[in-house]
Write a protein that binds this ligand. Structure first.
Ligand code: ARG
Length: 589
């Protein structure tokens, strides 16, 4: 693997050296950033001058005198009150990009993080025997992007799908199945996700009806919960049927989402059963939790209910039952002590923030979380309909996830078909691209706004060819592939001896920033920073096309080669970045 030092880092090093030469005892950051005036601007002199009680412009002038120019830095000058404007050589740009291009590990020279840790990511966690909703979509899409991003930086990632597969509602379902055997038996025939969900839905409704109307059934159902918790084999076997049927459905949705979810990573609430007693014992013995009205509770000074009384986290109910909190606290112990995690990340709806706040605080008091092991909820906002209200169908019921995905694919296919003639797509390619564009559109819309914000689910906007959409990026990628196909004999090849046009420099400088953006997006759990970068990359490419023709017969052969190299690296960067977001880039579109 070749790890390439970015241009920003190279300039930074040059300036830091010059700063030390000017003021040996100062340990100052040149505060470098990209700039419109020059390639980079450094603002760090101002603070340094203040500290040294020197005139900032004078100090800046001295630093400039100490900067080595020629190879990387072409020009450096003082501007304003003491800023430094830095222009770098065309040669340094091309040479840097050529190193990225030569990296054959598909990393584009992006270095690994210096101190990677182990992050457990809790995402894509639907509930057994229930339909998935748009909230589950967000968790899956954001979580999957974070898995890819963090793994790309070298982090060890453990995926956990904390599905809702336990609780009192299963007593009712199991009892019903027991009294109506065979309802979930289809051992020989493979069934679709849709069929599985409709089976579960039918059973759920029937069981509910009986539960609400028949007191004796209710009693039998309640007894069944006790059997389930005691691990009675027949009851467990029936429970397993519900889990298996649900998984058929989950996997069909994840597949539609073009997302790899592994069975081994599905560790639902039931997976922590054996730990619940001990979790409670540890909390009680350490005094973190206390018995209040028969329930085991943790209290927080600042968390109060509407009546002004403190709202506790209930770890064990007064009837001895365990809930969501006990499971999550046990999961923390498992993740910290067995999986040896250094970071716990939860991609969960903002509406569960209070729960996580209390759970994390409890775990801290118990010493399970501390400065070395931290937990964070990436609390995402709600998906809204076009009208700005929570997403519902016209009839007011919540939208089925698959319907929504199908519609996205349909719309996208229409868009692809529209242009198919020009590119010469086969029917199969239209279908495949329609899927990649439609699913990409849904993911991109989700990832291109900061996760904490609500966003409007607007399919028209999502599959639009212009603007900040995945289709726009996918077209940018496909257009480059088409140019590369048309190039004939000419091959992409870096030519560091060539002078670059302004649009070539702009593209090159932006390409160089990929590694910094990836590192930042991973560190801050902010995939939207990567989407913003990629969108800007595609826009910079559009400007480049306007100003620089790649295959023009007027170009000298080496100019053609260098431009092919630039666009090919752009395509690879687009593809790599999109892949980190879980979005495909078809070759022909
Ligand atoms: N199954 C839950 C839901 O649908 C989400 C689980 C989130 N993860 C967790 N560790 N509590 O709301």
């Amino acid at each position: 693997m070749t790890s390439v030092t970015s241009l920003t880092d190279q300039v930074h090093q040059h300036l830091a050296t010059a700063l030390t030469a000017t003021l040996p005892e100062a340990d100052a950051d040149p505060l470098l950033r990209r700039s419109d005036r020059a390639d980079f601007q450094a603002n760090g002199i101002l603070a340094l001058a203040k500290k040294a009680k020197a005139n900032p412009r004078d100090l800046a002038t001295q630093v400039v005198a100490n900067v080595v120019t020629g190879d990387v830095i072409k020009d450096i000058e003082v501007s304003g009150p003491g800023f430094l404007n830095v222009t770098i050589t065309d040669r340094a740009i091309t040479r840097n990009l050529a190193e990225r291009y030569a990296d054959d590990t598909d990393r584009l020279g992006v270095p690994l993080a210096e101190h990677p840790g182990t992050t457990v990511i809790d995402y894509a966690q639907p509930n057994v025997a229930k339909e998935m909703h748009v909230g589950h979509l967000r968790s899956a899409v954001i979580g999957d992007a974070l898995v890819q991003l963090l793994e790309f930086t070298g982090e060890s990632v453990v995926r956990r799908h904390h599905i809702g597969d336990w609780g009192t509602q299963f007593g009712m379902l199991i009892q019903y199945l027991d009294e109506h055997p065979g309802e979930l038996d289809h051992a020989d025939a493979e069934i679709s996700g849709e069929e599985a969900m409709s089976n579960l839905d039918r059973l759920y409704k029937a069981a509910r009806k009986l539960f609400d109307s028949d007191e004796e059934f209710k009693t039998r159902a309640r007894r069944r919960v006790v059997d389930l918790q005691a691990g009675e084999p027949q009851t467990l076997a029936a429970w397993q049927k519900f889990v298996d049927e649900s998984k058929i459905y989950f996997f069909s949705v994840f597949e539609k989402l073009d997302m790899e979810i592994r069975d081994a990573d599905i560790v639902g609430e039931s997976g922590y059963n054996d730990m619940l007693d001990e979790t409670c014992r540890l909390l009680e013995e350490s005094g973190v939790a206390t018995i209040s009205n028969g329930a085991l509770c943790v209290f927080f000074d600042e968390i109060k209910g509407p009546d002004g009384n403190p709202t506790p986290l209930i770890v064990r109910k007064s009837d001895g039952g365990y809930g969501y909190a006990a499971t999550d606290l046990s999961a923390i112990r498992d993740r910290v002590f067995n999986l040896k995690a250094t970071n716990l990340l939860y991609v969960v709806d903002v509406r569960q923030s209070l729960h996580f706040k209390m759970v994390f605080e409890t775990a801290k008091r118990a010493g399970w979380l501390n400065d070395d092991v931290t937990a964070y909820q990436l609390a995402f906002g709600t998906i809204l309909g076009k009208d700005g209200k929570p997403f519902k169908t016209r009839e007011g019921v919540s939208v089925k996830l698959e319907d929504l995905l199908d519609e996205a694919v349909q719309r996208a296919t229409a868009v692809v078909r529209d242009k198919a003639g020009k590119v010469g797509l086969t029917e199969q390619e239209i279908v495949d691209n329609g899927r990649d564009v439609g699913i990409g559109a849904v993911k991109y819309a989700d990832l291109s706004t900061s996760a904490v914000r609500d966003y409007k689910f607007d399919l028209d906007q999502m599959v639009s060819l212009s603007g900040d959409t995945s289709v726009y990026l996918q077209y940018a990628y496909a257009r480059i592939q088409s140019i590369l196909r048309k190039a004939g004999e000419a091959r992409p090849s870096a030519r560091p001896e060539l002078e670059l046009a302004p649009a070539e420099r702009a593209l090159g400088l932006h390409l160089d920033q990929f590694s910094e953006v990836v590192a930042e997006a991973a560190k801050e759990y902010a995939p939207h920073k990567l989407t913003a970068y990629l969108y800007q990359l595609a826009s910079t490419l559009t400007t480049f096309y306007d100003q620089c023709h790649v295959l023009s017969p007027d170009n000298a052969p080496e100019v053609v080669e260098n431009r092919l190299f630039l666009v090919d690296l752009t395509a690879r960067t687009l593809q790599r970045g999109m892949a980190l977001l879980g979005i495909r880039t078809p070759d022909k579109l």
